[in-house]
Ligand binder design. Structure first.
Ligand SMILES: Cc1ncc(COP(=O)(O)O)c(C=O)c1O
Length: 1006
């Protein structure tokens, strides 16, 4: 059969190509290796139907050459389609299209906001390009014309499940309600079926996904353009997406090309649901006709899943979509805002006093450190929040002070403020009101005439306590609403729903913390232009990524307080400005992580927060070893700085206390300490110690190691001296292969691997001796970290140390990354190896962010060094540093953090193993405790590094608010090393999100 059509293709179109079959419901479709598609229509197909499609594609193609449409390839005689007799003698209408690149939307991941926005834009472009096209077939009667979707009502009984039938019936009622408006809209040619198989997407790990094809014009008809968009929308919301976000991106994309009216936007949601209703009713009818075809039922599943549990606030959806297009959230919203602005200055003062000069107090993420724990604010903090802003009024009280609108705050710690199950899930942080803080009992006046819409007591911790909503009407008859939260509930005895409150009436008073949800006395004063979707339970704070909606629905109430709009309005620091300044002020090789850098202004344990209060799970930073902003660290720092901060020229018990604590963790004979300011300085000192003790200069070190950024430390850091533009290898340094038993010369299945890697030292020693440098020592990150989170085979270090010592050298263990309990099973990595070094270097985590490094060595080596000049480091061993370092070590013990590293590390490895069994791109997982590497490869056999995949993964994890990094000579090893406080739920989040992102990687690498 294929041969017959190959010949026909050549004969009629002059295309000499090999054909292969494509899927098609009724027709024959062939893919030609010349980059074409031959479409052979079913016998009896109406020529007008093909004429419509070829004509429409051709017209759209000409109208907008940027659209990703196929070309209709004319026959040799110039026709867009032709009749050809098939092998059975039947006449078939045939046409040829150019093949469009890409994969169907349904098979493509990820559906990013940018991709969805692009789809909306292309949808609009297509409708515009088709707008001049006319054809009689556009007006045919068929079941997929959404204007005629009422047929569904006659077939409802086919749905046996009663609740599903009721659901579809309700959707039909919604459609009926929308129909009169729909009917008034102008109609033009629309694609009418941009479903998830008719949209093609291209993209890979380095090229962002984009729409590369819009195909299949077989369901075209004449209809309102919003119908076309609603159909696209019906498929975009299916599957694992945030439907509200997806709809916002889609409509913004459409609106950016072809502005929609509010009236059209209000139709999107009922039409979207109706399209899905048509789809499920249709496929249920088909299932009745084809009871043995399970696919029919399976294909319905995503649509039912969406309709039954769509996670969309239906009351707010129109406001959300209108706001996304920068249009008034409700009809009349603009009029209300104009009237409020014109009345500014005439409203009664809510607080009873003039707020014109009221002080402002910021509770923002950036300006305020309350609450200490952004996941749990106790009553003791809430009752005093903002106390630092209370200004004496000279009469034994304080002046009313204001809290800002649009201010991201961390005070909203309850689970109700999270949008997902995890601490780093989206979180509502941005204040949608102005607060006025004044003593409890202060009477509040109604700014304008209104009636009571809600008067309640909400008893929950950090809820409103007493709350009143007033409904107002402008002289033009438009409504708006004002909310007063944190009140004394005494009004419950007086005020009833519907009661009138006149402008200037003292209608309620501020509650004290026992009455107002537990807060310092204040009123939360919020304006809303509609209560749809909110009722009486308004969100007082919004998600920072949804302020496009909240700024329009609950605008700044400054006007009602007779204040200028920017008087009590917060603007977080502009991240892009900070980045621009940074580029201007610093060197270019000061690198930022991530293609979309994060600006982080607060931390708590293993989470960090950006300027908008968005939480991030910190699975990367090992410096905050015992957690960000640890209260004991804060307390020690503050306490010591209150006293004094001096140096090691004077005696202080903190110096010896710190040294004693370190010595207690180390085996003999490691018992002499030197305190410095950084890992780098510690390694510099270790280098000097080894030279002093050995009398030699040469050093042996594994390849791709890192020990610091100074001249000497760089010389022993192949990661830097061999990097592009690096200083190159000094002749007193010898490199040996990293004992990498995954990719190196000797693998895990080789029982001799440890000894074989150690034997590589022999040549290095000989070389240094031949060059006359002798062997001062060997330095290694005990478990190479920048080299790729590598755990050398057991026994490697003892064998190396034996050889080095036999050559007169000193053995240095750089435990900056691995020490202090991170490994769970061991306090130091050298314990795993069964080796005792001569010098141990500690850095970063030991100060938990305070600059601190420590070198510990033997008395013998220290004495040799002491034969030289005095040793002094001004800040090394400062009183503050000693107290900080000791506190960190104590916290690790007191809070069982080594044990936590062991338990959480085990869970992480189990989770990663399950990911490895699903995702081919994971070549290896390795590590210990909370020191873990995940090596990504393009091929598990060749172990070819998947560098682009690793870059993609860390950037996508960052978008999902998880901080990780990547390392290794090819930057293909994901690095996971969180603060030791990480919890089991955070591990679940990390594994769950990695799974999603790796699914995307699989798709993008195909
Ligand atoms: C193993 C190792 N040693 C030394 C250093 C240098 O420490 P610092 O940056 O504190 O000077 C680092 C820093 O990343 C390190 O990872």
């Amino acid at each position: 059969m294929v041969l017959h059509w190959q010949k026909a293709l050549d004969h009629h179109w002059g295309i000499d190509a090999t054909l292969s079959g494509l899927d098609g419901e009724y027709d024959l479709n062939f893919k030609a290796d010349s980059g074409h598609v031959l479409k052979v229509m079913r016998p009896g197909c109406d020529a007008a139907f093909i004429d419509m499609q070829t004509g429409a594609i051709d017209a759209a193609r000409k109208a907008d050459t940027t659209l990703p449409l196929p070309d209709v390839i004319p026959t040799k005689s110039g026709a867009l389609f032709t009749e050809i007799t098939d092998e059975t003698g039947e006449i078939r209408l045939c046409w040829v299209l150019s093949l469009v690149a890409g994969r169907p939307w349904a098979d493509f991941l990820p559906h990013t906001d940018t991709l969805i926005h692009g789809l909306g834009a292309q949808n609009a472009q297509l409708t515009l390009a088709l707008s001049g096209f006319e054809h009689s077939e556009l007006h045919r009667d068929f079941k997929w014309d959404l204007m005629k979707a009422a047929w569904v009502k006659n077939d409802l009984q086919v749905i046996e499940n009663v609740s599903r039938r009721r659901l579809i019936s309700e959707i039909c009622s919604g459609f009926d309600a929308a129909f009169p408006v729909l009917q008034t809209l102008p109609k033009s040619a629309i694609h009418n079926d941009l479903n998830d198989y008719n949209i093609l997407v291209s993209g890979n790990l380095t090229t962002s996904p984009h729409i590369s094809g819009l195909i299949d014009f077989g369901d075209m008809c004449a209809g309102p353009r919003i119908v076309d968009l609603a159909i696209t929308a019906a498929y975009v919301v299916l599957g694992d997406v945030d439907a509200e976000k997806a709809l916002v991106s889609l409509i913004q994309g459409y609106h950016s090309v072809s502005p929609l009216t509010p009236q059209e936007i209000d139709l999107l949601w009922p039409l979207l649901k109706m399209r899905l209703a048509v789809s499920v009713v249709n496929s249920t009818l088909m299932a009745v006709e084809n009871p043995d075809d399970p696919y029919v039922t399976i294909s319905q599943a995503p649509a039912w899943a969406f309709l039954e549990n769509h996670g969309v606030n239906e009351g707010l959806i129109n406001a959300r979509l209108r706001a996304a297009c920068n249009l008034p959230v409700v009809d009349g919203a603009d009029r209300v805002m104009t009237w409020l602005a014109s009345e500014r200055g005439n409203f009664a003062s809510v607080m009873g006093d003039d707020l014109k000069d009221a002080p402002i107090g910021s509770l923002s993420v950036e300006a305020c450190t309350t609450p200490q724990n952004p996941f749990d604010m106790p009553i003791s903090e809430a009752a005093y929040v903002g106390r630092e802003y209370e200004e004496d009024d000279g009469a034994g009280s304080y002046k009313t002070w204001l809290g800002n609108y649009n201010e991201p705050r961390l005070v909203y710690t309850d689970h109700a403020f999270r949008k997902g199950p995890f601490k780093a899930s989206d979180r509502r942080t941005v204040h949608l009101a102005i607060d006025a803080f004044a003593p409890a009992g202060r009477k509040l006046l109604a700014p304008y005439d209104g009636e009571v819409f809600c008067a309640e007591y909400r008893a929950g911790h950090l809820d409103y306590g007493g709350v009143i909503i007033l409904k107002h009407e402008t002289p033009d008859g438009d409504n708006f609403y004002t909310l007063y939260g944190h009140l004394n509930p005494e009004f419950l005895d007086r005020l009833n729903i519907g009661d009138k409150v006149a402008k200037g009436d003292a209608f309620c008073e501020l509650g004290d913390p026992t009455q107002n949800g537990g807060w310092a006395p204040h009123v939360h004063f919020q304006l809303a232009l509609s209560t749809d979707g909110m009722g009486e339970d308004w969100p007082g704070v919004g998600d920072p990524d949804e302020m496009f909606l909240w700024e329009r629905l609950c605008p700044n109430p400054a006007m009602l307080m007779n204040l200028d709009d920017d008087y009590a309005r917060w603007e977080p620091t502009d991240k892009s400005q900070v980045q621009a300044d940074r580029e201007a002020y610093f060197g270019k090789n000061l690198k930022l992580s991530y293609s979309n850098p994060a600006m982080l202004v607060r931390g708590w344990k293993h989470h960090m927060f950006d300027e908008w209060g968005r939480p991030y799970l910190d699975a990367y930073n090992n410096v905050p070893h015992v957690g960000h902003a640890h209260p004991r660290i804060q307390a020690v720092a503050a306490d010591q700085l209150k006293r004094m901060n001096s140096n090691t020229r004077y005696l202080h018990p903190a110096q010896v206390a710190f040294a004693e604590k370190i010595r207690s963790k180390l085996p003999d004979p490691l018992n002499v300490c030197f305190f410095v300011n950084s890992g780098t300085e510690a390694n510099e000192l270790a280098l000097r110690l080894s030279r002093a003790a050995s009398g030699a200069k040469g050093m042996v070190t594994p390849n791709h190691g890192y020990h610091g950024n100074t001249t000497g430390a760089i010389d022993i850091s192949a990661y830097k001296f061999n990097a592009k533009g690096g200083v190159g290898q000094a002749d007193w340094v010898e490199l040996v292969d990293v004992a990498d038993d995954y990719k190196g010369s000797y693998k895990r299945d080789d029982p001799q691997a440890a000894q074989k890697y150690a034997n590589l030292i022999d040549d290095a020693i000989i070389s240094l001796q031949e060059k006359g440098h002798g062997v001062a020592g060997f330095i290694a990150e005990t478990f190479p970290s920048v080299g790729g989170q590598i755990i050398p085979p057991k026994g490697y270090l003892p064998a190396v140390y034996d050889k080095i010592r036999a050559a007169g050298g000193i053995c240095i263990a750089d435990e900056v990354q691995t020490g202090l309990g991170r490994l769970g099973d061991y306090y130091f990595a050298f314990e795993h190896q069964g080796a005792v070094p001569d010098i141990v270097v500690l850095g970063k985590p030991i100060g938990n962010g305070h600059p601190l490094g420590v070198v510990i060595t033997t008395r013998e080596i220290a004495d040799k060094f002491a034969e030289g000049p005095e040793y002094f480091s001004t800040f090394g061993g400062s009183t503050l540093s000693c107290r900080m370092g000791k506190e960190v070590l104590d916290i690790v013990d007191d809070e069982g953090l080594q044990e936590n590293a062991q338990a959480r590390g085990g869970e992480l490895m189990t989770g990663l193993e399950s990911l490895m069994s699903k995702h081919e791109v994971i070549g290896d997982i390795r590590g210990m405790g909370l020191f873990i590497g995940v090596e990504l490869v393009t091929d598990r056999d060749t172990k070819e590094p998947a560098t682009d995949a690793a870059s993609y993964v860390i950037n996508r994890l960052r978008e999902h608010r998880i901080l990780t990094g990547r390392e290794g000579p090819n930057d293909n090893i994901l690095k996971i090393r969180p603060p030791l406080t990480i919890d089991a739920e955070d591990i679940d989040m990390l594994i769950g999100v990695m799974d999603k992102v790796l699914n995307e990687v699989t798709c993008l690498m195909r």
